[in-house]
Design a protein around this ligand. Structure first.
Ligand code: KIV
Length: 275
């Protein structure tokens, strides 16, 4: 665990995030490893150990195969690498939908074994009672409405949401019910700008947008997407770097140096001590 206590560094808390409604936008990114968490921590209010780790790090086709054990390992790493940002950990598919009691046991395990300060659940109408159950028992919960990646098999793909009137009304209702149940913040993913603004105006909890316009109280992106680690990214991602290109160029140069016996050079080898 990080030693922020000794150094007088205070982590951002769930009430701090909740109090940022309609204030300066809340800066959030995903993190899965200690070194990346360390780089992001000074700049972010909140780091999400997203179940996107399954696709981004483990090469899974979607997030359905992500396990509690994977989330615990990555959550521990992110807590070790960060000191100041609030750390929220995703509850993976199958760990909270069955019953409020099962959700509580799994959320408590995630928090005890990682030290993360809150969990995130993808919130449809059926999960709202569970959110209330967790919050009443001391577990801060972040909701997630609109495009819900864990519903990919039911939806038949990752598709923008809320384009028709019925779906729009349902997502607005999901967001209101999630906030009313006590969620301290709500991620709004993959919805049209008008709906994101409507949700943001309708609920007391801050909204964190991803593919949901600047009408939200904060923004989140998958870090690896915005750093350009993939050759394809969704329309809503802005690439702030081309790490894929940088890494390819670096590895190509290394391979060429090894083949030409230019690496290692004199500065990169050990010499025996003179006797
Ligand atoms: O898993 C994840 O990374 C997420 C963000 C995209 C919000 O849920």
């Amino acid at each position: 665990m990080s030693s922020y206590r000794e150094e007088g560094v205070r982590r951002v808390t769930a009430p701090d995030i909740a109090a940022r409604k309609s204030q300066t936008p809340i800066v959030c990114l995903t993190a899965y490893t200690a070194p990346m968490a360390e780089l992001l921590d000074p700049h972010c209010d909140l780091l999400l150990v997203g179940d996107s780790v399954g696709m981004v790090v483990h090469g899974l086709p979607n997030t359905v195969g992500v396990t509690l054990e994977m989330m615990i390992l990555h959550g521990q790493a992110v807590m070790r690498g960060s000191r100041r940002a609030m750390v929220v950990i995703d509850m993976p598919f199958g760990s909270y939908e069955g019953s409020a009691e099962v959700a509580y046991a799994n959320a408590a395990r995630l928090m005890k074994e990682t030290g993360a300060q809150a969990v995130k659940v993808e919130a449809g109408a059926t999960i709202v009672d569970t959110i209330g159950y967790l919050v009443k028992r001391g577990i801060p919960v972040m909701g997630h409405v609109g495009l819900r990646p864990q519903a990919v098999l039911v939806d038949g793909g990752f598709k923008a949401k809320g384009r028709g009137a019925d779906e729009r009304a349902r997502i607005l209702q999901d967001a209101k019910a999630t906030a009313d149940a006590g969620a301290f913040a709500v991620v709004v993913e993959g919805v049209a700008e008008g709906l994101a603004r409507e949700i943001t105006q309708a609920i007391e909890a801050p909204t964190i947008g991803i593919g949901a316009s600047a009408g939200c109280d904060g923004q989140i992106l998958v870090t690896d997407d915005m750093l350009g680690l993939f050759d394809w990214t969704p329309k809503f991602v802005r690439r702030y770097a081309d790490l894929r290109g940088e890494i390819s160029r670096a590895v190509e140069a290394y391979a060429e140096d090894v083949r030409q016996r230019r690496f290692p050079g004199p500065a990169e080898i050990y010499f025996a001590k003179a006797v």
